[in-house]
Write a protein that binds this ligand. Structure first.
Ligand code: SF4
Length: 297
């Protein structure tokens, strides 16, 4: 296995050294996701990982940050992650952060002591596809955990001193349930120390169950106005100090970036401004292209 298939990374990891430790996603069953649908999950051989780290040490000796790919690299055992972190520290001594995608299920597989040990070795800034704090959405999206389990695992990361960001999918509850979705998601996140909330809106490509539901009408997508209302409710309800709202994914109705709570009013004004711009089109549905990007009217 050698860097085949698609590699995804969060936009804020653009300057990180990407190191492949897995391929695909160990869950690969979320109802809206086709990212790794045709890529069987595999773990890279440790010999290969070590060789790649040695090579990176020769060509990028001053690298400060590593992002382990692919879909949920935190699925590796704590033992293997610790070994990789130690190799990175020895061949890339300037690296201070080893980040990666992680799922709630991946955290469940590690003890409190293991989380603390990994944090001490530089593992930090996990990017977690939480998507929602509403139970019915987590079930419908087939995330494989409940809201209570998600909260429990995020709080374990908090206690281990490990920083993380979460992805939230606006509109994931469907058009009629945007209010309860925003409220439940804000309420869950307010009980954590999440440092970054990455927002996007719901979209699905052919090949996943949600796409079929959107096509046959059993899942009703939000209108522009419902997306804006949901984001407004979410922002107003969030009380997390210092948390970065990163809403620059092109699937968003309005691009937003700011820190809670100091930039909250500014972001709410941006939503109002977008509402005025949309005018009569507020009650229509977005038209999308690649990766759910909204073709802005
Ligand atoms: S959303 Fe994340 S956890 Fe779910 S199938 Fe896709 S990559 Fe895997």
């Amino acid at each position: 296995m050698k860097y085949t298939g698609i590699t995804y990374r969060p936009p804020f990891e653009a300057d990180s050294l990407l190191l492949q430790v897995t391929q695909g996603c160990s869950h690969n069953r979320c109802s809206f996701c086709t990212m790794y649908r045709d890529i069987p999950f595999q773990i890279e051989r440790m010999e290969q990982i070590e060789q790649d780290i040695r090579e990176a040490g020769q060509f990028l000796p001053h690298a400060r940050r590593v992002f382990l790919v692919n879909g949920d690299a935190f699925v590796l055992s704590a033992h293997d992650l610790a070994h990789i972190a130690q190799l990175i520290r020895s061949h890339l001594p300037a690296v201070d952060t080893i980040a990666m995608y992680a799922s709630v299920r991946n955290i469940q597989g590690k003890t409190d002591d293991e989380l603390k040990q990994l944090r001490a070795l530089g593992v930090n800034d996990l990017n977690i596809g939480l998507e929602s704090g509403l139970e019915s959405v987590l079930i419908h999206m087939n995330k494989g955990y409940s809201a209570g389990q998600a909260l429990h695992e995020l709080q374990r990361l908090d206690r281990a001193g490990m920083s993380y960001g979460v992805n939230v999918i606006l509109g994931a509850a469907g058009a009629k349930h945007f209010r309860e979705h925003a409220e439940a998601t804000a309420d869950l996140l307010n009980k954590t120390k999440v440092s970054l909330i990455f927002t996007g809106t719901v979209h699905a490509d052919p090949g996943c169950p949600l796409f079929e539901e959107m096509q046959n009408g059993s899942f009703e997508e939000s209108t522009f106005e419902e997306y804006l209302l949901e984001e407004e409710i979410l922002l107003k309800r969030l009380t997390l100090e210092g948390c970065l709202i990163f809403g620059l994914h092109p699937s968003n109705v309005v691009p937003l970036r700011g820190y809670l709570c100091k930039d909250k009013e500014k972001m709410l004004l941006e939503i109002q401004k977008r509402r005025r711009q949309l005018g009569e089109r507020l009650h229509t549905h977005p038209i999308r292209c690649e990766e759910g990007a909204i073709i802005q009217p």
